[in-house]
Design a binder for this molecule. Sequence first.
Ligand code: NAD
Ligand code: ZN
Ligand code: ZN
Length: 338
Amino acid sequence: MRAVIVTDFERDPEVLDVPVPKPAPHEVLVRVEASGLCHTDIHAAHGDWPVKPTLPFTPGHEGVGIVQAVGSAVTEVVIGDRVAMPWFGYGCGTCGYCVDGRETLCESQRDTGYSVDGGLREYSVADARYVVKVPDGVSPLDAAPLTCAGVTTYKAVKVAHVVPAERVAVFGIGGLGHLAVQYARIVGGFVTAVDIHDDKLELARRLGADRTVNAATTDPVAEIQAQGGADVAIVLAASSQVFEQAFRSLRRGGRLICVGLPKAGAFELPIFETVLKGISVIGSIVGTRQDLREVFALHAAGRTEVIAETRDLADIARAMDDVLDGSVPARIVFDFSK
Ligand code: NAD
Ligand code: ZN
Ligand code: ZN
């Protein structure tokens, strides 16, 4: 079968012919139908972060497909089910975080496409307890971006506790951002979308953003403060400078939601303003299995729209370059059905 393999952080990933994996007792073997390319896969392939994947590995945590075989201990799904294989690929199930609803903080977690091989391949294995069933009414091509971009931004909006008529600034209208705009709208926020490409801002407007700011030509801080400041700023761009802009865009009592994971992983947080303005700084990491079920339910009910371009797996290196250039419409999804 074909699989994307990263062998060297300095070189492009390759598509190689590798054996189909066998499921362990708690695992399923999934025939992948569609698999999205998250910016995180690019960080992984480049070894951008302090904790690096062990080489060689297959990235991908937006894999969706049909269960083809099940391990001897699997009770959660059956052959023929359509499932999603998210970043949160395994948790211990018994620690405090796992049992109190914060399973994505589990210290024993396995992360799909990072600490274990991911979904950018024709067949994938995944722990049956941590895959999420894709309901009828959600196509595999739509389910793929929802499996990370969707659940991550849905969770970001949840942890921000946005209430109707609050002002939400979304920085970065890529794969994650185009869905963040929609979730912020669903909970009743007034949305300002910030990006550096006009076509992404046009898309944000079409998906419900009330205002847009092109940060390449206009200072987003001045623009957002001129409107009274944001109650919530969600950072989805892979740039630490954007975190500073987002912080300075907040009004008193504002919440900065940190989601993007730039290589240069630090920004200056002014203590005086944080304290006097009562600002909260919140990190948000993907979402739980239940969050993903809710994301699928919203999509099946027609509340969200996924914007993606399909490509063949052979195009992986160029696809990564195109995401970095910002020249793709929201998400790239590899379509395995052809
Ligand atoms: P993406 O490349 O699709 O989107 C990034 C967007 O940011 C693009 O539209 C780009 O034009 C825009 N941008 C770049 N510079 C900007 C600037 N100066 N101001 C405003 N916008 C700017 O990436 P993505 O897949 O949406 O992922 C975004 C980030 O989120 C990545 O760092 C990724 O690793 C991270 N991520 C985090 C989590 C999490 O759980 N915390 C989950 C998934 C992805
Ligand atoms: Zn992701
Ligand atoms: Zn745990």
